[in-house]
Design a protein around this ligand. Structure first.
Ligand code: FES
Ligand SMILES: [Fe+2]
Length: 404
């Protein structure tokens, strides 16, 4: 249950009580049974085509943080979902989004990644638009088209700012219902004060892998000791608390020192070292203080598939309320170097090198998704339920077995 005006420290303390309870009882979040996933779930281009349409064209995506569009006139281009989008903050402070496509003959209007402007002029024939997407200047207008009507304005796409995040839906004329999408998870995001998150360092990883196959790695602690043994595997135990809000979730990981907390007075618990991970369906993971013990950073990972077998992940390390000092910047840089090393050389390395070999497996191969991989189970179930394909994979496998 969410609490209005709860601070992140209060939230961590509340969650720490549950983690300590789990440690006392030797329990961790777990599903009631093992799930089995057909390997085709990660390989089938038809399934991917439906996922892309439903999750990356007709669902809210996070285009940027509010602070990346800080003042009126600020703009950013957002091409990651495969559609050229221009995100602006108007004179009225409102965030808007448009197809970055000129209404004269389709040229790309804004070509740089970000900046500040009150007007955008297409380089092809010089049509000019304001930050609300309105065509405000057409060279030789009288001889060209007589007058500027609504058809000359940019094509808008749904955009809305909530909880320090700018959400965009990449299909014009589609309905974006953020209340329905986020539900009570919105209140959980509000607790994080993302309005104060300032991106300091950015990177991206491109791998030949399926977006779900890669995202699964974020949703289980089973691999920590093995894959991250020499980086940060020793810092955490595999014990965790897992909560869901519709298709979204929050993981609370346990520091490896949790057994010491059991015998400590609650006020002495170092709750700010408790890592929290939020998943905003379908493509964003927020890691709160997973490396920085001061809890002053949030790492934003946004997954963007390019095809069934190609993925780009955009990663940004944000300082809450900005960088406070040279020492703070040094801590942020050191944290980011560790995060990127583990991400590239461990998580993405294993999924990138493994994915292409999956097609060599017999078509009816299934992978077990263990009971303690409850986050992976939940994610797969949500994807399949939303595609209306729950049970379809089982039926297909049974049909194959019957044929064999
Ligand atoms: S295509 Fe933009 S002004 Fe002609
Ligand atoms: Fe990992």
């Amino acid at each position: 249950m969410s609490r209005i005006n709860e601070s992140v420290t209060d939230l961590r303390r509340r969650l720490a009580r549950r983690v300590v309870e789990c440690a006392k009882n030797g329990m961790t979040a777990a599903a009631s049974s093992v799930r089995h996933e057909d390997v085709a779930f990660f390989l089938d281009p038809e399934i991917y085509a439906r996922e892309y349409r439903q999750f990356f064209r007709e669902s809210p995506l996070i285009a940027c943080l509010s602070n990346e569009l800080a003042e009126p006139g600020a703009y950013r281009t957002f091409d990651d979902a495969g559609i050229p989008i221009l995100v602006t903050r108007g004179k009225d402070g409102k965030a808007r989004a448009f197809l970055n496509i000129c209404r004269h003959r389709g040229a790309r209007i804004v070509r740089n990644e970000c900046g500040k402007a009150s007007r955008f002029t297409c380089r092809f024939h010089g049509w000019t638009y304001d930050t609300a997407g309105k065509a405000v200047g057409i060279p030789e207008e009288d001889q060209f088209c007589g007058y500027i009507d609504a058809e000359k304005h940019l094509v808008s796409v749904p955009a809305e700012e909530r909880h320090g995040l700018v959400f965009v839906q990449t299909t014009p004329d589609s309905i974006m219902d953020l209340d329905a999408h986020l539900g009570e998870f919105g209140q959980e995001l509000e607790t994080l004060n993302l309005q104060q998150a300032v991106p300091v360092l950015r990177d991206e990883v491109n791998i030949p892998s399926n977006w779900k196959y890669t995202l699964d790695t974020y949703f289980e602690t089973y691999h920590l000791r093995s894959l991250h043994g020499v980086t940060f595997g020793d810092l955490f135990s595999s014990l965790c608390v897992f909560e869901t809000w519709g298709p979204h979730h929050r993981y609370t990981f346990s520091p490896s020192s949790i057994c010491d907390w059991v015998n400590m007075p609650e006020l002495d618990w170092p709750v700010d070292s408790l890592p929290l991970q939020y998943f905003i369906f379908p493509h964003t993971v927020l890691s709160v203080g997973s490396v920085s013990p001061s809890g002053s950073t949030i790492t934003v990972h946004r997954m963007f598939p390019k095809s069934v077998s190609e993925l780009t992940t955009k990663i940004a390390l944000c300082a809450m309320q900005g960088v406070r000092s040279p020492e703070h910047l040094a801590e942020i840089e050191a944290s980011f170097a560790k995060i990127m090393h583990a991400t590239r050389e461990e998580d993405y390395s294993v999924t990138g090198e493994s994915y292409l070999a999956l097609s060599a497996l017999p078509a009816n191969t299934r992978f077990p998704v263990g009971r303690q991989e409850i986050g992976v189970q939940n994610f797969h179930r949500n994807v399949q339920t939303r595609l209306g394909q729950d049970g379809a994979m089982d039926r297909r496998r049974l049909a194959q077995s019957a044929y064999l």
